[in-house]
Design a protein around this ligand. Structure first.
Ligand code: FEO
Length: 168
C-alpha cells in the first residue's frame, strides 16, 4: 500500500491518535476514581468522554487507512489513577484537553506546511472540537473550585452532565 501522506503529517497524526487513545484511558481512570468516591454523575460523564476520545482516535485512524497509511498503534503508558480531590481530577482533565489541543495544532501546522489539504480538512473538525473540550474542562475546574464543601460537590455531581453540556 503506498501512501500519499507527507512524512511530517503522518508523524503528527500518528502521535495525535495515540494521544487520543491515552486520553480515552485517562478518562476511564477518572471515571473509576469518581465512582469509587461516590461521585456517580462525574463517573458517568468521564465514561462518556472516554468513548468520545476513542471515536476521535478512530477518525484519524480511518483517515490514515483511506490514504494508504495503516496506523501504527504505539505502546501506552498507564494513565494517572491517584487523585486527592475532585478539584485535582478537574485540573487533570483540563491538562489532558490542553495537551490534546497542542497536538492538534501541531498536526495542522504540519499539514499546512506540507500543503496537505485532506489532512487540513480533517483537522479543522478537531480544532473546533477542542474549543468545546477546553470549554467544559475550564467550566468544570471553576465550578468544582466554587463548590468547596461536601454539599456543593454532591450537587455538582448530580447535575454535572447538564452543567457541562458538550453539545453531543
Ligand atoms: Fe479528543 Fe478531548 O479531545
Amino acid at each position: 500500500m503506498s501512501s500519499s501522506l507527507p512524512a511530517a503529517v503522518l508523524q503528527e497524526l500518528t502521535h495525535q491518535f495515540n494521544h487520543e487513545l491515552l486520553a480515552a484511558q485517562s478518562y476511564l481512570a477518572l471515571s473509576v476514581w469518581c465512582e469509587a468516591q461516590n461521585f456517580s454523575g462525574c463517573a458517568a460523564f468521564f465514561a462518556k468522554q472516554a468513548g468520545e476520545e476513542r471515536e476521535h482516535a478512530d477518525k484519524i485512524i480511518a483517515h490514515l487507512l483511506d490514504r494508504g497509511a495503516p496506523a501504527a498503534i504505539a505502546a501506552m503508558e498507564a494513565p494517572r489513577q491517584k487523585f486527592s480531590s475532585l478539584g485535582d481530577v478537574a485540573l487533570h482533565a483540563q491538562a489532558l484537553e490542553q495537551a490534546n489541543t497542542k497536538g492538534i495544532h501541531a498536526a495542522l501546522d504540519a499539514a499546512v506546511a506540507a500543503k496537505d489539504y485532506p489532512a487540513q480538512v480533517l483537522l479543522h473538525w478537531f480544532v473546533s472540537e477542542q474549543v468545546e473540550e477546553e470549554a467544559w474542562a475550564s467550566k468544570m475546574v471553576a465550578l468544582v473550585q466554587r463548590a468547596n464543601c461536601a454539599g456543593g460537590l454532591s450537587s455538582f455531581d448530580r447535575h454535572v452532565s447538564d452543567l457541562l453540556s458538550t453539545g453531543k
